[in-house]
Design a binder for this molecule. Structure first.
Ligand code: SF4
Ligand code: SF4
Length: 440
């Protein structure tokens, strides 16, 4: 029953996408009479169907193993070994594709385009880590995501980031998520893939500006734990929300906390929070703050919607049809004799301008609605964060925040209580063997 309740929303989403899941690409690229050769793509070549299912099997096994290592074994070396495997397999061997983070866009696109094709494997890559998050938290981030993995291996000298900075910059992934869904749903671009900072390393090719961003993030990542995960990753934003509901939570130690603060110091992601002082604010003051935030919620949603609606024309220009319509309209109104390449190609094909202008009008309209919704969503995310911060916190010990925790397992070996527990467990396992030897 619990399994059904937790998994039901994903099954509904799966059914919604399934109509498009079995569609296949039926049309090969045309033979150009002019001798034009299609440029080589930087994306990996399509693979045989069974190899895609192999990827899915590897993902499922890696997620199961990560859950076992994080929740049951509490084993950092094991998690790190899995991280290296995922970096090699999903990163360098699969060249970062298929990827759960990018799959957000395929799912958004297929939900808004009835005749689109989305392979079942892509839907499964999108859903599986989310379902696991409902059971064991962010185990996908722990040792399965290649983007998390490449950042984890360079984290050598972590420094502490002030909490206020973590909290404020932590809102960016929600904005990125909203923008990625908006652009994918309107069919203008897949920005998560276009601006993926690490995929160039996996494919050993890419645009110079993206390679520079990737190198910069890795350089920052030597000191700041996983900057892409903390301040950008849109999939991480969804995982954060779901891992709050996870059935099994990551804990520093299952035993009693001695409040030595070592684990808090050890966590490079600021995911461990200290106990709240006994003399906390009077409940009345907290309630007042909370009431203020609740009043602020609709104001922030409205403000977000309004301010993003101003950006709708800019957003709509990311769609090639809108850009082309604007180019042609400008060229016609200024009686220009030189045309842009796209405009020239359109005119040479003798297509109807009326149809193009209508399409552009529809798209602008849809972008306008999308911008209102995106702004409302971001306003809601800001309000939600403020409400979370003003809720009275009651922590008796140092505790992990499951949403912030990427389940890397670093803190386990810093906790003296946990180390003692492990020693005792080990000696209790070896005791009967010793006894047997003595008896002999
Ligand atoms: S936060 Fe995003 S990039 Fe980082 S490990 Fe998780 S899914 Fe991967
Ligand atoms: S498992 Fe990693 S991310 Fe989570 S609290 Fe421990 S050190 Fe921080």
């Amino acid at each position: 029953m619990i399994f059904f309740v937790r998994t039901a929303p994903f099954l509904i989403l799966l059914l919604a996408c399934l109509g498009a899941a079995e569609d296949i690409q039926r049309f090969p690229p045309p033979d150009f009479e002019s001798g034009y050769v299609m440029p080589a793509t930087t994306t990996p070549q399509p693979r045989a169907g069974w190899l895609n299912y192999l990827d899915l099997a590897v993902l499922f096994t890696a997620l199961s193993l990560a859950s076992y290592l994080v929740i049951y074994k509490r084993n950092r070396p094991g998690i790190f070994a899995l991280t290296i495997f995922s970096l090699l397999y999903f990163g360098f061997y699969r060249e970062g594709c298929v990827c759960s983070i990018g799959a957000i866009q395929n799912v958004a696109y297929s939900l808004f385009h009835a005749n689109s094709a989305i392979p079942f494997v892509v839907i499964a890559f999108f859903l599986l880590p989310l379902i696991f998050a409902l059971y064991s938290g962010r185990v996908f981030c722990a040792g399965v995501c290649p983007l998390g993995a490449i950042q984890d291996v360079v984290l050598i000298k972590p420094i502490r980031i002030p909490r206020w900075l973590l909290q404020s910059l932590g809102l960016i992934p929600y904005l990125y998520l909203g923008l990625a869904v908006l652009f994918a749903a309107q069919g203008s671009s897949f920005i998560i893939c276009e601006y993926d900072p690490f995929v160039s390393f996996f494919r050993l090719s890419g645009r110079l500006n993206i390679i520079i961003v990737g190198f910069s993030l890795l350089a920052i990542g030597v000191f700041v734990g996983r900057p892409y995960c903390l301040f950008l990753c849109p999939y991480g934003a969804i995982l954060r929300l779901l891992s709050r509901l996870s059935l099994w939570q990551v804990t520093v130690s299952p035993d009693e906390c001695r409040q030595c603060q070592l684990c808090e110091e050890a966590c490079p992601f600021g995911a461990i929070y200290p106990p709240t002082p006994e003399e906390t604010q009077p409940i009345r003051k907290n309630r007042k703050q909370l009431a203020m935030m609740l009043v602020l919620l609709p104001i922030l949603v409205a403000l977000g919607s309004w301010s993003f609606s101003l950006l709708a024309p800019t957003f709509s220009r990311t769609h090639p049809a809108v850009r082309l319509a604007e180019d042609i309209s400008l060229e016609d109104s200024t009686h220009s004799e030189t045309y842009s390449d796209a405009s020239q190609a359109f005119r040479d094909l003798g297509q109807s301008k009326e149809v193009l202008f209508n399409q552009a009008r529809n798209l602008r309209n849809r972008f306008s609605w999308g911008a209102w919704i995106l702004g409302g969503f971001f306003g809601f995310a800001v309000a939600f964060k403020l409400i979370g911060l003003s809720l009275p916190q009651q922590r008796m010990d140092y505790e992990i925040d499951n949403a912030d925790c990427v389940a890397c397992g670093r803190c386990f070996s810093y906790c003296p209580v946990e180390l003692k527990r492990r020693r005792e467990k080990k000696s209790s396992r070896s005791a009967p063997k010793d006894q047997t030897i003595q008896e002999q």
